[in-house]
Design a protein around this ligand. Structure first.
Ligand code: UD1
Length: 419
C-alpha cells in the first residue's frame, strides 16, 4: 500500500489545471447503460472510482474504449449482465448508480447492497422507495437489491432528505419511464445539472435540474451523446485551501468558480484574496496566516460536506477559534483524531468540531480513513513542520487525480513511497 511522504513548510505557488468532476463522471458513466447507442464522455478524471465504475460496466458487457486518456467511449448495445457484485460495490458505494438505468432499460437489476461506510450509515432507502413509487418490485435477498419492472411509470416523488445520488438514480430511471416524474426536494448540486445535460443530449426530456423540483417526461428510447464533464469543484477547493494554509498563491485553470461560491466566501473570510475569471480562480494569501472560520455543511448551494475536512485542517493552523458543524453525515470527523496527533487543538462536541488554531502543526505518521479526510491530512502535512507520512492513500486516489504531481507542480515537497 503506497503512502505519501510530505515535507511541510513550503507555500503552494503556481498554476495547475482542475480535473473533471468525479461526482459527475460516475453517474454519467452509469447513464451510458440507458442507451444502445455509443456515448462519448470527455474530461473523465483518471481516478480509482472511475476505474471501478468502468470495470463494473465492462462486467455487464458494456464495451469501453479510451480514445485518449481522458475521453471514454461506451457502447451498451450488448449488456449481458444486470448485476453489480459485492466486490465492486463494497469499494465504491456510487455503484448504486447503475440501479436506476438497469431497471429502466432492461426491467431488472441486482445490485449488492452497500454495507457500512466509514463516514456513517449512508442508507439507500430513498433510491429504492423512489423506484417502488415508479412501479418497480424490489426485494433484498442474499445481500442484493433485486428490482424488477415491466416498464417504470412516472411518479411524484418527494425526497425526505436531499440525496445527490438518489436524485441522479431516479432522474435516470425516469428518463425512460412511461409518463411524467416529478422529483421534489431534489439535490441541486452542479453534478446533478451536468448529468441532466448529458441525459438531455441523449434525448431525455428534463427540466428544472439545479432547482429542488425536477420534471422528467419519459421517452421510449435514448440515443448517443458526446458530453464533456464539468470541472471538479471539490478538487479545486482542496488546492485553494492548500494555498490558504501555506500562505501561498495559486491559479487554477479549467475551473468552475460559480460552483464554488460557498467555499470562496469562507476563504475570503479567512483572509484570502480571490480573483475569479470565467474558468479560472486565483488565490493569494500573501504569506499571511489564515483566520479561523465557522462552517456548517448543508446541501448545495450551501457549504459542501466534501470540503469539511480540508477546512478543519485549515482551522487547525489558523488564528483564533473556529467551529465546523457537520449536518450531512453523522461520523465524518475521523480526520480530527489524526489532526490531534499532529498537535491540533480540536475538540468534538456532538456534530461540531471546535478548533483553536495552533502556530504550527508537527509532522506525524497519520492514517487516511476516507476520501476527504485524507485530503485534509495531506493539507495538514503541507503546513506542518517536518515529514508527515500519510498511510492508506488509496482513499486519496479514489478522488484526486495525480495529487502528488499537481502538488509538486505547486512547489510542494511530496512523494509517493511504496510500502
Ligand atoms: C454524494 C457524493 C458525496 C457527498 C454527498 C453529500 C457522489 C458520488 N457522492 O454522496 O461525495 O459527500 O453526496 O454531498 O456524488 N440518505 C438517506 N437515504 C438515502 C440516501 C441518502 O438517508 O437513500 C442520507 C445519507 O445518509 C446522508 C444524506 O442523505 O445523511 C445525504 O446523502 P447523499 O446525498 O445521498 O450522499 P451520496 O449521494 O451517497
Amino acid at each position: 500500500m503506497d503512502k505519501l511522504l510530505i515535507r511541510g513548510g513550503t507555500p503552494l505557488n503556481g498554476t495547475i489545471n482542475v480535473s473533471g468532476a468525479k461526482n459527475a463522471a460516475l453517474p454519467i458513466l452509469a447513464g451510458a447503460l440507458l442507451s444502445a447507442e455509443p456515448v462519448i464522455v470527455r474530461n473523465v478524471p483518471q481516478l480509482k472510482d472511475v476505474a471501478t465504475t468502468i470495470t463494473l460496466l465492462q462486467s455487464m458487457g458494456v464495451e469501453v474504449t479510451f480514445d485518449d486518456k481522458l475521453n471514454v467511449e461506451l457502447d451498451a448495445s450488448n449488456v449481458t449482465q444486470r448485476r453489480a457484485p459485492y466486490e465492486l460495490v463494497k469499494t465504491m458505494r456510487a455503484s448504486i448508480l447503475v440501479l436506476g438505468p438497469l431497471v429502466a432499460r432492461f426491467g431488472e437489476a441486482a445490485v449488492s447492497l452497500p454495507g457500512g461506510c466509514a463516514i456513517g450509515a449512508r442508507p439507500v432507502n430513498l433510491h429504492v422507495e423512489g423506484l417502488e413509487a415508479m412501479g418497480a418490485h424490489v426485494v433484498v435477498e442474499n445481500g442484493f437489491i433485486l428490482a424488477r419492472a415491466d416498464r417504470l411509470a412516472g411518479a411524484h416523488i418527494v425526497f425526505d432528505t436531499v440525496t445527490v445520488t438518489g436524485t441522479e438514480n431516479l432522474m435516470m430511471a425516469a428518463a425512460l419511464a412511461d409518463g411524467e416524474t416529478l422529483l421534489e426536494n431534489a439535490a441541486r448540486e452542479p453534478e446533478v445539472i451536468d448529468l441532466a445535460r448529458f441525459l438531455t443530449s441523449m434525448g431525455a426530456n428534463i427540466s428544472g435540474a439545479g432547482t429542488s423540483t425536477i420534471r422528467i417526461v419519459g421517452v421510449d428510447r435514448l440515443g448517443g451523446a458526446d458530453h464533456t464533464v464539468l470541472p471538479d469543484r471539490i478538487e479545486a477547493g482542496t488546492y485553494l485551501v492548500g494555498a490558504a494554509m501555506t500562505g501561498g498563491k495559486v491559479r487554477l485553470n479549467r475551473a468552475s468558480p460559480q460552483t464554488l461560491e460557498a467555499v470562496i466566501v469562507k476563504l475570503q473570510e479567512a483572509g484570502a484574496r480571490i480573483v475569479t475569471g470565467e474558468d479560472s480562480i486565483e488565490i493569494d494569501m500573501g504569506g499571511r496566516r489564515p483566520v479561523s472560520v465557522d462552517i456548517r455543511t448543508t446541501p448545495y448551494p450551501g457549504f459542501p460536506t466534501d470540503m469539511q475536512a480540508q477546512f478543519c485542517a485549515m482551522n487547525a493552523v489558523a488564528e483564533g477559534v473556529g467551529t465546523i458543524t457537520e449536518t450531512i453525515f453523522e461520523n465524518r470527523f475521523q480526520h480530527v483524531l489524526e489532526l490531534q496527533r499532529m498537535g491540533a487543538d480540536i475538540r468534538i462536541e456532538g456534530h461540531t468540531a471546535v478548533c483553536r488554531g495552533v502556530d504550527k502543526l508537527t509532522a506525524a505518521p497519520v492514517m487516511a480513513t476516507d476520501l476527504r479526510a485524507s485530503a485534509g491530512l495531506v493539507l495538514a502535512g503541507l503546513a506542518a513542520e517536518g515529514d508527515t507520512l500519510v498511510d492508506r492513500i488509496y482513499h486519496v486516489d479514489r478522488g484526486y487525480e495525480r495529487i502528488e504531481e499537481k502538488l509538486r507542480q505547486l512547489g510542494a515537497d511530496i512523494k509517493r513511497v511504496p510500502n
